[in-house]
Design a protein around this ligand. Sequence first.
Ligand code: KG4
Ligand code: ZN
Length: 342
Amino acid sequence: MQPVILAIESSCDDTAAAVLSGGHILSNVTFSQEIHAKYGGVVPELASRAHQTRIIHVVREAIDRAQIGRHQLSAIACTVGPGLMGSLLVGVSFAKGLAISLDIPLIAVHHLQAHVLSPLASVSPPEFPYLCLLVSGGHTQIVRVNGPLDQEVLGTTLDDAAGEAFDKAGKLLGLRYPAGPEIDHLSRSGRPVYAFPHPRLEGYAFSFSGIKTAIRYFLRDQTALDPDFIRNHLPDICASVQHHIVVNLLENLERAATDTGLTRMALAGGVAANSHLRQSFRDLGLRKGWQTHIPEMALSTDNAAMIGLVGHFKFLQGQWADLSVRADPRLPFMAVPASNPG
Ligand code: KG4
Ligand code: ZN
């Protein structure tokens, strides 16, 4: 029997639900909370309140669009971490309640392990093993994906994530949150003429907090000379910030590829929407002879279909969660929360 999984994702500011049958996505519904834009970042308290009011509608819509009845569900998969505590609690509690009422298993999913499986749902999925460059507002990692549930983090950020770097740079430039899409857009008419210091780190570690400080001082010095510097040079500043971030990301990926000998590469996470990153990733792949995989945007940004994919594979292995499983904002990568063999 192919499992039918209802998946729920609520780790940050997207309330999402999806239904998968036999690992195929029947529906994938995401409600992105707009309320945070005016605050320049996600406000945790507002996020959890918005999850609470939206989750029932999002889950209903996912089930309706999948054209299944609730009683056809085999299990409920939900994100248990990492993420914002209040946000996670809404999804986990909702999933537990529904699992109890339908008398079906609950499956606990690690948010990042789900992100790195998202390329499997693309039109041309990678075969295992592959390297995944996961770039989002909260995370920047290079993960070696040996199998659906066998993943190894090779490199991670020591401070800010790549998306955070875009957003913080955008804030200094007076752009709205999240600034990544606008920096991408403005960069198209600019050139990367300004250089920022390039961190040299051990292994495949990333560091993006330095760029924020570098930009702050750069803008302070330039606006002292020309008070309209930002307005007059915005596209070039954006292109320079974007180029800096993309070069840092791809340099590490290239080294990880050389050292591991792997040639299948995937992008995941919201920053995978960046046109310069996508193009540079594909170009590098062509030069290096890699197979490159980029999932469609609805699967790259936070979504529940990727949670359902992990749920599918865990279901096949009988990895149910105990109903006392807790949301964990700092859940370590390979931790399998309180799961019992089914
Ligand atoms: O994965 P995601 O949707 O959410 C979480 O991090 O939870 O990623 C959001 C991040 C934000 O930092 C946003 O600025 C960035 O992805 N982003 C982009 C682009 N689109 C979204 N960054 C650069 N260029 C883009 N086109
Ligand atoms: Zn995410």
